[in-house]
Design a binder for this molecule. Structure first.
Ligand code: SF4
Ligand code: SF4
Length: 156
């Protein structure tokens, strides 16, 4: 499958050569590994703040591609979808997937070998078993009271 994220013509290792806040829009978008894990619903314990991941996906997540079906206009359908940026990463770290490329770069860590920017192949995030391909259920198919029946460990 061709890369659904435009990673063409970008400077080599751009994410290692400048801080996140200096990335261009295209570079920022290209940093996403396409795992889809951020589009799974989470359950947060109000008392402990602990966050549990579920396999119940946002209604716009395409389970086959792990991409948002309406990324550019998603807020028309999902107004509270977070727009991650260099200025709000710290506030969102508590729920971000352990392998999320934005988290890794923010924390000064290298991207994994399976990241498409390293491998040159958008399939490697899936073949490495890190993505949510073929493992989600859409949120409209599961009553919200039953989401805790679908808690999973993050695929790593
Ligand atoms: S978890 Fe991070 S790297 Fe994975 S799809 Fe979401 S934003 Fe992209
Ligand atoms: S609206 Fe799109 S980007 Fe936002 S959580 Fe849903 S599928 Fe993911």
């Amino acid at each position: 499958m061709s890369d659904l994220i435009d990673r063409t013509g970008l400077p080599p290792r751009f994410w290692e050569r400048k801080p996140l806040r200096d990335l261009s829009r295209r570079e920022w978008e290209a940093l996403c590994d396409g795992c889809g894990k951020c589009c799974l619903n989470k359950l947060e314990d109000e008392e402990t703040g602990e966050v549990a991941l579920t396999r119940v996906a946002c209604r716009l997540l395409d389970d086959a591609t792990c991409r948002c079906a309406q990324y550019e206009i998603r807020h028309q359908f999902v107004p509270d979808c977070i727009v991650l940026s260099p200025s709000n990463i710290d506030d969102n770290l508590y729920w971000m997937p352990a392998t999320c490329a934005y988290r890794l770069v923010h924390e000064g860590r290298p991207l994994h070998d399976w990241h498409p920017l390293i491998s040159g192949d958008p399939e490697t995030v899936h073949s490495a078993g890190v993505s949510v391909r073929n493992m989600t259920v859409p949120e409209f198919a599961v009553d919200e009271d039953d989401w805790d029946d679908h808690i999973i460990e993050e695929p790593l």
